[in-house]
Design a protein around this ligand. Structure first.
Ligand code: NAD
Ligand code: DAU
Length: 337
C-alpha cells in the first residue's frame, strides 16, 4: 500500500516503468512528477490515466517547494528518480539544461526528500556513461572510477556523487543504478534505434556516426524496469548496482538488423561526421545485481528488437505526431539531407 513518486515518468523508461509497476503492484499508488519537456509524453500513459492508483503532477524537479508539497500531500514513502536531460548529442550543442536538471534538479530532490523524513527509499537512476569509455576488452564494474566524457555523462556523474554524499552525510536510504543502453516502446525518435526505424520506414538516409564500430550494450527497457523494481524493494541502501544486457553490439550491426527486419536496403546507410568525444565501447559487468538480488534479463536481443520494430510499425500515430511537431525543427537541423 505504498505511494511512490516517479520523476520523469512521462519519458521513455519512466513511462515503461509506471505501466509495469502498476501491473505488478496493484495496491501501490504512483505519483508521476514530470515537467513535460520535449521528451515527456503523457500519451505513453494513456492506458493508466484513469487508474485510481495513478496521479500526475506537472512540475520541475528544480522547484523544491513543489517537490516538497507533492511528497507531503501524497504521503510518498519511496522515490524513483528518472527525470533528466538524456540525449548526449543535445548535451554537446546545449549543455545548460543538463547542468540545471541533472545536477541542480537532483540536488533539490535530495533536499526535499531529506526534509520530508518519511522517505524510506530514494532510487537514483543513472547510466553506464559515467564510467567513460572502454578499449576492446574489459567491463564496467561498480568499482570502476568515473571518467565521464560528455556534458551529459558529466552531469549524471555529478548527480551520482551528490546522491552518494546524502547516504554518507545524512544517512539517507539512497540506491543508485547504472544501466546500459535501453531500447523498446516509447523510445524518443532522436535516439539510435527509433531514429533508424523511422528513417527506414520513411526511406530516408540512416546517419551512422564515424565508422559505425562504436559498441553499446543493449537492454530491453522492460528488463531495466524489472531490475529497478527489484533494487527499489530489495537493494541495500548506500549501494550502487550496474545493470546491463550482456549484449554488446556495434552500431552498424544494430542498423543492419533494423533494415533487415523492415525489409529495407543497406543503401539507406550514410556514414556521417562523428559525435565529438564519442565513447568507443561500453560493456557492463552486471554480476553484482545477479548474484545479490537474483536479477537477470528475460529478453533476448532477437526477441526485444523484433518486438520493438513491431511496436513502431503498430504505433505510427505516436511517432508521426512527434516528428511533425516542435521536434521537427531539431530533427531537420541535425539530419539535413
Ligand atoms: P527521456 O529523455 O525519455 O525522459 C526524461 C523525462 O524527464 C521526460 O519525461 C521529461 O519531461 C522529464 N524531465 C526532464 N527534465 C525535467 C525536470 N527538470 N523536471 C521534471 N521532469 C523532467 O529519458 P529516458 O531515456 O527515459 O531516461 C530516464 C533516466 O534513465 C535518465 O535519468 C537517464 O539518464 C537514465 N538512463 C537512460 C538510459 C537509456 O538508454 N535511455 C540508460 C541508462 C540510464
Ligand atoms: O549508455 C546509456 C546511455 O544510452 C543513456 O545514459 C543515455 O541517456 C541514452 O541516450 C544512451 O546514450 P547513447 O549516446 O549511447 O545513445 P544514442 O541512441 O544517442 O546513440 C547510440 C549510439 O549510436 C552511439 O554510439 C551514437 C550512435 N548514433 C546515434 C545516433 C542518434 C549514430 O551513429 N547515429 C545517430 O543518428
Amino acid at each position: 500500500m505504498a505511494t511512490i513518486m516517479v520523476t520523469g515518468g512521462a519519458g521513455f523508461i519512466g513511462s515503461n516503468f509506471i505501466l509495469r509497476y502498476l501491473g505488478e503492484h496493484p495496491d501501490d499508488t504512483v505519483v508521476n512528477y514530470d515537467a513535460l519537456t520535449y521528451a515527456g509524453n503523457l500519451e505513453n500513459l494513456a492506458a493508466v490515466k484513469d487508474d485510481p492508483h495513478y496521479r500526475f503532477v506537472k512540475g520541475d524537479i528544480c522547484d523544491g517547494q513543489l517537490v516538497s508539497r507533492t511528497l507531503a500531500e501524497n504521503d510518498v514513502s519511496m522515490i524513483v528518480h528518472f527525470a533528466a536531460e538524456s540525449h548526449v548529442d543535445r548535451s554537446i550543442t546545449g549543455p545548460d539544461a543538463f547542468i540545471k536538471t541533472n545536477i541542480e534538479g537532483t540536488f533539490r530532490l535530495l533536499e526535499a526528500a531529506r526534509a520530508n523524513k518519511k522517505i524510506e527509499r530514494f532510487l537514483h537512476v543513472s547510466t553506464d556513461e559515467v564510467y567513460g569509455s572502454l578499449g576492446a576488452t574489459g567491463y564496467f564494474t561498480e568499482e570502476t572510477p568515473f571518467a565521464p566524457n560528455s556534458p551529459y555523462s558529466a552531469s549524471k556523474a555529478s548527480s551520482d556523487m551528490l546522491v552518494r554524499s546524502y547516504f554518507h552525510t545524512y544517512h539517507m536510504p539512497v540506491l543508485t543504478t547504472n544501466c546500459s543502453n535501453n531500447y523498446g516502446p516509447y523510445h524518443f525518435p532522436e535516439k539510435l534505434i527509433p531514429l533508424m526505424i523511422i528513417n527506414a520506414l520513411s526511406n530516408k538516409k540512416l546517419p551512422v556516426y564515424g565508422d559505425g564500430k562504436n559498441v553499446r550494450d543493449w537492454l530491453y527497457v522492460r528488463d531495466h524496469c524489472t531490475a529497478i523494481d527489484i533494487v527499489l524493494h530489495k537493494g541495500t541502501p548506500g549501494e550502487t548496482y550496474n545493470i546491463g544486457g550482456n549484449n554488446e553490439k556495434m552500431n552498424i550491426d544494430i542498423v543492419k538488423t533494423v533494415l533487415k527486419l523492415l525489409g529495407k536496403s543497406e543503401d539507406l546507410i550514410e556514414y556521417v561526421k562523428d559525435r565529438p568525444g564519442h565513447d568507443r565501447r561500453y560493456a557492463i559487468d552486471a554480476s553484482k545485481i545477479q548474484r545479490t538480488l537474483g536479477w537477470s534479463p528475460a529478453y533476448t536481443f532477437e526477441r526485444g528488437i523484433k518486438e520493438t520494430v513491431d511496436w513502431y510499425l503498430a504505433n505510427r500515430a505516436w511517432w508521426e505526431k512527434i516528428i511533425s511537431g516542435d521536434y521537427r525543427r531539431y530533427y531537420e537541423t541535425q539530419y539535413k539531407q
